[in-house]
Design a protein around this ligand. Structure first.
Ligand code: PEP
Ligand code: MN
Length: 335
């Protein structure tokens, strides 16, 4: 349920009403803007008489929200959320560029890629240390050592780091990680989401291979319900009957999610297409469609990559992509 207060309502009256809602067992999410104050009620509102509320002199309108996601809902929080990762912002007009290899492979590789993507304008460094591979015989990642190498690359370049978690028991290893990625395969690992909700880390939540946008938002809700609101959503393509591309990159997810939620939305055209030669075009398309950032796999020698080489760009290709994406962003920004 959402209660919009009349302009000019005093803080005292607002607090009075808030306390009353709380006494009814509800959590109140207040969005106090210059024009409007919106009180979002989270919890069981069946005991609240909307008609009676509407009669209060400070209440402008009351609407009942049937969306099951409350904290992530834009109706409760009309302003865009801007996630700030050590100064690298995402959302509300701030464009994040997360780039780096699929997996951290050795010190020289991550160092070189980090230096090159930083020089081309990346704002965060990605690299998998724990890898969710379809086959147990494939490279599983460097694990704790991989995180150490990412931290070293961060010290050298200043880029905040993004890396995937697969098991909540590994959380102590992520203490210095800036952004914890929840991969597509774990989007509905609800116990993991709850544990991440208890941290204050930024979470990059990727859409599952066969999940709807509503399910993605419900997963974000799991994290937010525990108190962590630092979430970046990531569209990375879904499974369809099409086999030419690795996944079908659903770019309509960007405007749909922007309508439904205040959380920033980034796009991963690397996993979204699976082919290096399609990544630049789809990165430009994502920027044109209003994405708050992109995530791009970059490898110093894609042919020899231990994971996802066919979709990885060389640093030179990434440099070109950055130039093109920034032109697209200029073209679609009106002010
Ligand atoms: C990744 O980012 O390397 C990854 C495994 O992504 P996804 O979970 O989207 O497949
Ligand atoms: Mn990958």
């Amino acid at each position: 349920m959402i209660t919009i207060l009349k302009p000019g309502t005093t803080e005292e009256r607002r607090n009075q009403l808030t306390r009353w809602f709380e006494s009814q067992g509800l959590q109140v999410h207040a969005a106090i803007g210059p024009e409007q104050t919106v009180l979002g009620l989270i919890g069981d509102t069946s005991g609240i008489d909307a008609e009676m509320l509407r009669l209060l002199d400070i209440v402008e309108s009351v609407s009942e929200i049937s969306d099951p996601f409350k904290s992530a809902n834009r109706k409760f929080h009309p302003e865009d959320t801007i996630v700030d990762v050590c100064g690298a912002k995402c959302g509300g007009g701030n464009f994040a560029v997360i780039a780096g290899p699929c997996s951290v492979e050795n010190p020289a590789q991550i160092k070189e890629v980090a230096t090159r993507v930083k020089a081309s304008g990346a704002t965060m460094l990605r690299g998998g240390a724990f890898k969710p591979r379809t086959s147990p015989y494939d490279f599983q990642g460097m694990r704790a050592e991989g995180i150490e190498l990412l931290l070293e690359a961060k010290r050298e370049t200043g880029l905040p780091i993004v890396t995937e978690i697969m098991n909540a028991n590994h959380l102590p290893l992520f203490e210095e990680v800036d952004v914890i990625q929840v991969g597509a395969r774990n989007m509905q690992n609800f116990e993991l989401l709850k544990e991440l909700g208890k941290t204050d880390k930024t979470i990059l939540l990727k859409r599952g291979l066969a999940n709807t946008l509503k399910e993605l938002l419900m997963s974000a809700e799991y994290i937010m319900a525990e108190g962590n609101e630092n979430i970046i959503l990531c569209e990375r393509g879904i499974r369809t009957f099409e086999t030419y591309t690795r996944n079908t990159l659903d770019l309509s997810a960007i405007p749909v999610l922007h309508n439904l939620t205040h959380l920033p939305v980034v796009v991963d055209p690397s996993h979204g297409t699976g082919h290096a030669n399609l990544v630049e075009t789809m990165a430009m398309a994502a920027a044109a469609a209003g994405a708050d950032g992109i995530m791009i796999e970059v490898h110093n020698d894609p042919a020899k990559a231990l994971c996802d080489g066919p979709q990885s760009l060389t640093p030179d290709q990434f440099h070109r992509l950055m130039a093109k994406v920034s032109k697209v962003r200029e073209a679609v920004t009106c002010d």
